[in-house]
Design a protein around this ligand. Structure first.
Ligand SMILES: [Zn+2]
Ligand SMILES: [Zn+2]
Length: 156
């Protein structure tokens, strides 16, 4: 006869989602790392495709410099005229693509709203950048959490 698996309830505590760019506060057991949204499989797949992630906020700048040089770059945000200085290091090819102000996702969204480019905000969200504004996904969060805690219990 098979013994029933332990259903010991783990205490939920406030956790901060570890998913890059998320940081959402959620309630989870001590080993929970991600908010309910980022526990979904599609985010796990995205996590493995590291180069794509990097390119959301950064750009790949191919160069052949052998010593540190300072470059002036244009902010990649639609409608932003700001330029910023970047130190280019030998054999390092990933650099920020937004001006210092627009490295903040919230400010990028604000800017796009101001210039009336809601379509670009949608695009950003599709690229997996903007979970915080997706308040609709919060419904049924507690339910999901309970299910998840059970699964973890069984594994442990
Ligand atoms: Zn998250
Ligand atoms: Zn900018």
């Amino acid at each position: 006869m098979q013994l029933p698996k332990s259903r010991r309830r783990q205490k939920l505590r406030e956790k901060r989602c570890q998913y890059p760019g998320c940081g959402k506060i959620f309630f989870g057991i001590h080993i929970s790392k991600y908010c309910p949204e980022h526990r979904q499989d599609r985010y796990r797949i995205r996590k493995r495709t590291k180069p794509e992630d990097v390119n959301i906020k950064n750009q790949t700048y191919k160069h052949t410099y052998t010593e540190v040089v300072t470059m002036v770059m244009d902010c990649a945000l639609e409608g932003c005229e700001h330029q910023f200085e970047v130190k280019i290091y030998p054999r390092q090819y990933i650099y920020p693509k937004y001006c210092p102000e627009h490295r903040n996702e919230y400010k990028r969204i604000r800017h796009l709203q101001l210039i009336g480019r809601e379509d670009l905000i949608e695009e950003m969200k599709r690229d997996g950048e903007s979970f915080e504004f997706d308040q609709g996904a919060l419904g049924g969060e507690e339910e999901n959490e309970a299910v998840d805690a059970d699964v973890v219990d069984d594994v442990a």
